[in-house]
Design a protein around this ligand. Sequence first.
Ligand code: MTE
Length: 318
Amino acid sequence: MLKKQKLSLIHPSEITPENIYRERREFIKNLTVGISSTALLTISNKSISAINTLPNFNQSKKNNNEKISSLKDITSYNNYYEFGTSKSDPSKYANKLKTDPWSISIEGELEKSITLSIDNLIKIAPLEERIYRLRCVEGWSMVIPWIGIPLNALLKKVLPNNNAKFVEFVSLKRPSEMIGQKDDILDWPYTEGLRIDEAMHPLAILAVGLYGKVLPNQNGAPVRLVVPWKYGFKSIKAITKINLVEKMPITTWMKANPKEYGFYANVNPEVDHPRWSQASERRVGESLLAPRLKTRMFNDYAEEVGSMYQNIDLKKYF
Ligand code: MTE
């Protein structure tokens, strides 16, 4: 976007071979832990810890019939500027990040601010697998089997008030463990934002895992956002704060280059980035000689999300 392989939590011997993973589509029972909103509001931050293993999760019922990208590609070709600007930097350096203990605070325009551990976060709703395309503004894409909870399950619990028009997300700032933060290539911490209706959309998730395992550090452990109809940079990693706000937040990429990165960042093959055509994309892992794929409006989720943008000029609000 601007011009050391070690998986921290997944040991190679633990990884389900991809063919078995893909074949083993049997239904895994619901995680039945549910808590009431009052219970949630009184959760203390006594047990702030990251998770080392994932509880059971509902496997994806909907597969878009696309080939899922390999675990190797998903975990070795990354954008995570806190660890450097090259695609291989995150897999080399992100293992240094300590994700336990971890807490995520939810504050701003809501009934009561709360701080949650990852353990408590994943009790808010049953964990689900979601197989989503991730389309990067640079023109590449992958298909990733995420595991997470709908973002709206969390937002509904904290009772946003009428001033909550936008949601701001803030990543961790910890230069001692995030070597890329020693350079000021971006304004740290990395921040992102969504309009409240976008954040409430059922497709938006908070991911804590992928490929059936806890999220690797380079993919944003212990918790990241995934908004599949928007360019990948909206899907902020290592979230520490979710802030409900009245005014549209100015995000990291808007600050870095407002002409190139807008707030909405919806995947749109008709609106090019000044440096990259958005009409087509290269699927990471496919031969460089393979024909490029046609990029679809809203990353092919137009049916689900199109109505949110009916009345806005997508060329202006890119
Ligand atoms: N989140 C943080 N905190 N820092 C980053 O540099 N990069 C974004 C997004 N989330 C980024 C981030 C970009 S540009 C993309 S394309 C996706 O993460 C890449 O996600 P992946 O590495 O899991 O494929």
